[in-house]
Design a protein around this ligand. Structure first.
Ligand SMILES: Nc1ncnc2c1ncn2[C@@H]1O[C@H](COP(=O)(O)OP(=O)(O)O)[C@@H](O)[C@H]1O
Ligand SMILES: [Mg+2]
Length: 360
């Protein structure tokens, strides 16, 4: 096992910069996920770590070993792909045995280790099957066994669950986590599925056009996104432009601070960063907002009208048109004692005082 240090990696394809001076440290034994929309550079980064692509700048270390110029073959990596990439003319056993044979491991040890690996992924009974005779989930288990049987220093997985149906995807999350935790192997997992990333990762790196927009634990990314891009990508968020105003409290405060306004209403307690530009946006998760009937003098209450109410069982979702403002989404969970509202009702949307304003 090894830590992975990505130090200022640059990768270009015919003049287009796909990875921009990207740095990331993945501790030994950690499960890190690269998350981002299609085309943001996830696969390119993974292929640089694997050695399929040589970066145009920067360094790559496994522990203290500089592997930037080391061939894939000598990097000791296990790799799992979206399309399984099994040898169609080899049985499950022979697919898993492939890497051990290439490493000239003795025959009895091959039989023992392949048997163990197939047992761990629950495929002992299917050792003689060919890929065409197996389901997608079974093929991906063979691919996982093949990647792990060589006891690689790092495991790289590129959207390994994307070709599976919803139920199998959930099952395979646990299969993967059980195996990598047991092996204690450093894992880089690529997905464009935010829920998968939240459910599986120690830390998630959200990528935006070849850079890391934010690195953090699932809780950090969900709770304190650094910008609108991250807030919108992880979970769903209302991202609403607000006016920022510098307020001088006089001698009592050491420095003038910033207050925010939305739809003519001052937002009390809402905290922002140092920015005071015209690109400030309020980040408000639908489930953090609540509704009440219009009443005077309620702090942080935005007047609006219900456009649509959608009952979803465990929650009810509302689309609200704010008076002199944009639309905002509010979700009330079942058991919430707040009165229910219908389309056309006048309401107030309550913005929590600890909401955040970030730069758009
Ligand atoms: N071999 C290649 N040659 C030229 N351009 C490439 C190549 N691989 C990827 N790209 C480009 O690099 C960008 C990032 O691609 P990729 O890493 O596959 O993104 P992701 O995996 O996040 O969807 C895309 O614009 C893609 O077209
Ligand atoms: Mg990709």
């Amino acid at each position: 096992m090894a830590s992975i240090t990505i130090d200022g990696i640059v990768k270009q394809f015919s003049g287009q910069t796909v990875l921009q001076n990207l740095s990331l440290h993945i501790p030994d034994g950690a499960f890190y996920t690269l998350l981002g929309p299609s085309g943001c550079g996830k696969t390119t980064l993974l292929r640089c770590i694997a050695g399929f692509y040589e970066p145009d700048g920067g360094r790559l270390l496994f522990d203290k070993d500089d592997v930037t110029r080391v061939s894939t073959h000598h990097r000791d990596i296990g790799m799992v792909f979206q399309d399984y990439a099994l040898f169609p003319d080899k049985s499950a056993f022979d697919n898993v045995a492939y890497g051990l044979r290439a490493r000239k491991v003795a025959k009895p040890e091959i039989v023992r280790r392949v048997g163990e690996a197939l047992e761990k992924v629950g495929l002992s009974a299917l050792a003689d099957r060919y890929p065409a005779q197996m389901s997608g989930g079974q093929r991906q288990r063979v691919a996982l066994a093949r990647a792990l049987v060589i006891r690689p220093r790092v495991l790289l997985m590129d959207e390994p669950l994307s070709n599976l149906d919803a139920k199998m995807r959930l099952q395979m999350r646990d299969v993967i986590l059980d195996l990598v935790r047991e092996a204690g192997i450093t894992t880089v997992f690529v997905t464009h599925d935010q829920e998968e990333a939240l459910a599986m990762s120690d830390r998630i790196a959200i990528m935006d056009r070849g850079s890391i927009a934010q690195l953090g634990t699932p809780e950090e990314l969900y709770g304190t996104p650094v910008n609108a891009y991250v807030a919108d990508f992880i979970g769903s968020a209302n991202v609403i432009p607000v006016a920022a105003r510098r307020v001088d409290d006089g001698a009592a405060s050491t420095a003038p601070h910033v207050r925010y306004q939305l739809a003519g209403q001052a937002l009390d307690g809402v905290q922002g960063g140092p920015q005071l530009g015209n690109d400030s946006v309020l980040i408000a998760r639908p489930e953090d907002l609540s509704l009440m009937a219009p009443a005077p003098h309620v702090p942080n209450a935005l007047h609006g009208q219900v456009l649509r109410r959608q009952y979803l069982g465990f929650k009810t979702a509302y689309r609200i048109a704010l008076q002199d403002g944009p639309e905002i989404r509010v979700e009330l969970h079942a058991g919430n004692t707040v009165a229910d509202f219908q389309a056309g009702d006048a309401v107030q949307v309550l913005v929590p005082a600890d909401s955040r304003v970030v730069s758009a």
